[in-house]
Design a protein around this ligand. Structure first.
Ligand code: B12
Ligand code: SF4
Length: 576
């Protein structure tokens, strides 16, 4: 990693553990359960789920339920030579058992600010049961200004933890990085049916970089890894990524990749280098990406399609917002254009930008909803420590104090943590819910939107001149004639009292039958009846208060790193 980033993220004197790589290390995420209201700071409204937390939260039985592992910890673990255990999503009891029954010299906890109370409790337990262990805290909580007042720990790590931990354990920091092997989604389920995969496909997680050089003022990920103009690259070249992807493809039997990089396409040389190799080796891979709108537009649609971009998570932020990444972009036409090429969009909008008022918020919500993106995340504008936005509010004295809002409630789905110039008295809670409900009412369940885009993409690309591209679309469309025909049938029935949505389902079913003939005509009512029954059961389960928690993961490496970790030749983490 370059000197520039080291200064941005690490203290001047790097601490070292006296046992070096002989130290026994435990890495852990914060304890669950998560989807409950309790004294440890868990909140029912803040489950350990991506979609149900902040994207499909009001879509009831249509909400996509799924978990993601703690990839940061996994990346650290595979790159340590020290014996290292990883405990992901433990209960408090399981965590306690681990530290009572084993000797560790180092315990590393990964957390975000929202889970501060759990980190405090975990530190206390470690001090009690492993008094000689060094406690290291990493992840986004590291930017919390008064961390030392709340928790008793030894070191806090801001920014990348791989390099820091290697250095701390006297391991060569310039050694090539390994990449963990992990499926992106665990325990996925929708409409009451357990999926083997993400809607579309099973995907492996790929972690090319962390951070984003765009440096939007509210963005804690960008701030964490260097801020404007900087980010941390774990893998420098398209060739390195290609090697990793080939191994993930082989070992996890997948051809889809959830690219965990806030703005993967920003490094055009790396992305096009990857494309060249995909073409050379005839890889019909699918990529699920995060991208800012301005960066996306630096590519032609042909390039995006050839690169296998099939999902994009993109900040739309809000009508007329002043962010550079949106300058000159008509996001409505961009989303339509992407969808017409089979690229499904997870749009992200902010509720409570400075210019929002109770009078204009309805218009802002309508504008967001008009995108009709497959998924739509809505979040409250939230100054998070470490960001320029937080610094501004701190200087202006406009942050709420601890008596006004508790830390576990600062997660962007409930309340502001600052005095908004126009939105007062907790009105934002209602505005946020309005946005989710409006999107669901107007655009219907996300799964229907996905089916529509898939179907249109299949029509457009099934006869494409390039076999590799045809193959990818064939793969992504394989659920259409049976599973997705059933989804349309079941949804038409579920929405029989909503003429607009029922008609949309009928129209799509018609298109489906035109494309797939007898196969989908026969499958639709059979799969549809089954799905309708499951949907009703799931709805009942939700009404009865069912919540979803991730399973506990417990993984050890061998002293030299786990056998199945991927060694990639080339430079170690480098900053741009
Ligand atoms: C995947 C993810 C999740 C997963 C969590 C999976 C898990 N096991 O924890 C899900 C979807 C469940 C989730 C939920 C939430 N998340 Co989230 N999430 C992310 C996301 C998109 C990726 C994290 C990731 O894997 N990055 C890649 C890895 C390589 O980077 P990393 O995790 O930062 O790890 C590196 C360093 O931080 C460091 N490090 C990390 N841990 C440790 C530990 C030690 C000991 C050391 C030394 C170093 C270290 O080293 C790692 C390697 O460089 C980030 C955004 C982002 N791009 O980072 C948001 C993010 C972390 N989430 C965030 C938030 C707010 C939430 C939610 C509150 C949801 C919400 N309402 O928005 C909930 C909380 C759920 C809960 N009950 O706790 C914020 C955190 C803001 C903050 N400063 O606190 C982020 C930054 C998004 C954002 N910009 O707003 N999230
Ligand atoms: S473009 Fe997205 S990821 Fe990049 S800084 Fe802005 S909000 Fe963060």
């Amino acid at each position: 990693m370059s000197e520039m980033t080291k200064q941005a993220t690490q203290p001047a004197v790097q601490p070292k553990h006296p046992l070096g790589s002989d130290a026994r290390v435990l890495l852990t995420s914060v304890f669950g359960p998560y989807a409950v209201d309790d004294g440890a700071g868990s909140r029912l409204i803040n489950p350990m789920e991506l979609y149900h937390n902040q994207v499909t939260r009001v879509q009831q039985a249509y909400s996509l339920r799924t978990f993601q592992r703690s990839w940061g910890l996994m990346l650290i673990q595979v790159n340590l030579k020290a014996p290292c255990t990883l405990l992901d999503f433990p209960s408090e009891k399981r965590f306690l058992e681990e530290i009572k029954n084993n000797r560790y010299d180092v315990v590393g906890i990964s957390s975000i600010q929202t889970n501060l109370i759990k980190v405090r409790k975990m530190c206390r337990l470690i001090r009690k049961h492993l008094p000689d262990a060094q406690i290291i805290i990493g992840g986004h909580i590291a930017n919390f200004p008064e961390l030392r007042d709340f928790c008793d720990f030894d070191h806090v790590v801001r920014g990348d933890g791989v390099c820091w931990m290697r250095d701390y354990l006297s391991q060569d920091t310039t050694e090539p990085l390994k990449h963990p092997q992990v499926i992106a989604n665990i325990g996925s389920r929708i409409m009451g049916v357990n999926l083997k995969n993400h809607p579309g496909d099973i995907a492996a997680t790929l972690i090319p970089s962390a951070g984003c050089p765009m440096g939007c003022n509210f963005c804690s990920t960008s701030a964490m890894f260097g801020g404007k103009g900087k980010y941390v690259k774990f893998f420098e070249s398209g060739e390195q990524l290609f090697q990793i992807m080939c191994q993930l493809e082989k070992n996890l039997n997948t051809s889809a990749f959830f690219v965990m990089d806030e703005n993967f396409l920003v490094d055009k040389k790396r992305a096009l280098g990857l494309l060249e190799l995909m073409e050379q080796h005839n890889k019909p891979w699918s990529l699920y990406l995060f991208s800012s709108a301005n960066v996306l537009q630096q590519y032609t649609m042909e390039q995006l399609v050839a690169l296998g971009v099939s999902w994009v998570w993109m900040g739309l932020e809000g009508k007329g917002s002043q962010y550079t990444k949106l300058a000159g972009t008509d996001t409505l036409s961009l989303v339509r254009q992407l969808q017409s090429h089979g690229i499904r969009v997870l749009g992200s909008s902010i509720i409570g930008l400075e210019e929002h008022t109770p009078e204009n918020i309805g218009e802002a919500i309508d504008h967001a909803v008009l995108h009709n993106s497959e998924f739509h995340q809505f979040m409250l504008y939230t100054p998070i420590p470490g960001t320029p936005l937080f610094a501004e509010h701190e200087a202006a004295g406009t942050l709420l104090d601890r008596r006004e809002i508790s830390i576990p409630d600062i997660h962007g789905q409930l309340r502001f943590n600052f005095h908004h110039p126009h939105i007062k008295d907790g009105q934002e809670t209602e505005f946020l819910l309005q946005a989710f409900h409006r999107d669901f009412e107007v655009n219907g369940p996300s799964v229907i939107r996905i089916v529509r885009t898939n179907l249109r993409a299949w029509k457009r690309y099934r006869d494409h001149a390039d076999k590799r591209i045809r193959e990818r679309f064939a793969h992504e469309s394989k659920s259409l004639p049976i599973g997705y025909a059933g989804v349309l049938w079941a949804t038409r029935r579920a929405y029989q009292d909503d003429p607009v949505l029922a008609a949309e389902c009928s129209k799509l079913l018609g298109e489906m039958h035109e494309m797939f003939g007898l196969k989908s005509r026969l499958a639709a009512p059979i799969a549809g009846r089954y799905l309708y029954r499951k949907l009703r059961q799931e709805q009942q389960r939700l009404e009865d208060g069912w919540t979803y928690e991730p399973p506990v993961f417990y993984e050890k490496n061998s002293k030299a790193g786990p056998d199945d970790a991927l060694l990639v030749e080339g430079a170690a983490a480098a900053a741009s």
